[in-house]
Write a protein that binds this ligand. Structure first.
Ligand SMILES: Nc1ncnc2c1ncn2[C@@H]1O[C@H](COP(=O)(O)OP(=O)(O)OP(=O)(O)O)[C@@H](O)[C@H]1O
Ligand SMILES: [Mg+2]
Length: 237
């Protein structure tokens, strides 16, 4: 079966400065796939290119068999790709409910929006108690839950999560990763970027290791967790 998402030899950069030098990766329906790598490796650039916030200079991105390389993010979200960027980017002065409803801007049918709200409340019951609180007054962990929930409000097939663990204490990191597993069990495919390599690989099916814009390893999560090179370079072992 063809992959849900396929990047074929993509090259991208900023203002002519290349950052990604020929990256190919695949995400199959139902998987959790992790992209790991050090600061500046090009993980966020890869995510931004896949969701259409920027476009590859060369190469192709296919989603469900369709070339989406040139589509803007406002279109890839309609195709079923939801990207939750680094550092959450909630609207700080809007309430939790307003943030969530904005996540569903592509959906005109109110009953579908209501249904999605009740799904995200079943995943994150705490959000329900905070509906009318502004996003800026929530704790970092609550904001991260809200950001994931907002990402789910567009009803994605593929959820892309950039550095979920950033700034969270370990017990919250664990909760957030549990939520990702629960989302995946509901049938949503996940592509995530993490610096917490071990934690990410523990919930992932497969992973890709990116080093200065190039793939240096790929394999099942188990293979990567067992790889002495990966352990030495990314898990401090
Ligand atoms: N808006 C931008 N303009 C110019 N260069 C950029 C821009 N964003 C990123 N870069 C450069 O592209 C390279 C890859 O950055 P990117 O943010 O993709 O890395 P990353 O793997 O996500 O890193 P981190 O783990 O720190 O988030 C870096 O050298 C960075 O300086
Ligand atoms: Mg990044």
């Amino acid at each position: 079966m063809a992959a849900m998402l396929e990047a074929r030899d993509i090259h991208c950069g900023y203002d002519g400065v290349p950052v990604i030098h020929g990256l190919s990766l695949e995400v199959n329906e139902g998987e959790i796939v992790a992209i790991i790598g050090a600061n500046g490796a090009g993980k966020s650039t890869t995510m931004r290119t896949i969701c259409g916030l920027m476009h590859p200079d060369r190469g192709q991105i296919l989603f469900q068999g369709e070339d989406i390389s040139r589509l803007p993010a406002s279109e890839t979200i309609r195709k079923g790709i939801s990207y939750i960027p680094e550092a959450r980017r909630l609207f700080p002065r809007l309430t939790v409910l307003e943030n969530l409803e904005l996540g569903a801007f592509t959906e005109k049918d109110r009953s579908v929006v209501e249904e999605r709200l009740s799904e995200v409340f079943s995943l994150f019951p705490k959000l329900k108690d905070r509906l009318h609180q502004t996003a800026e007054t929530m704790s970092g962990g609550e904001q991260q839950m809200c950001a994931i929930a907002r990402g789910l409000m567009s009803g994605p097939k593929l959820l892309m999560l950039d550095e979920l663990s950033l700034g969270l204490m370990p017990s919250l990191v664990e909760k957030v990763f549990e939520a990702v597993t629960a989302i995946n069990e509901k049938g949503i495919t996940v592509l995530l970027v993490e610096q917490l390599v071990q934690e990410a690989l523990e919930i992932a099916d497969r992973g890709y290791v990116l080093q200065t814009g190039r793939l240096v390893h790929s394999g099942t999560a188990r293979e990567l967790l067992d790889s002495p090179e990966v352990r030495r370079a990314y898990m401090g072992m």
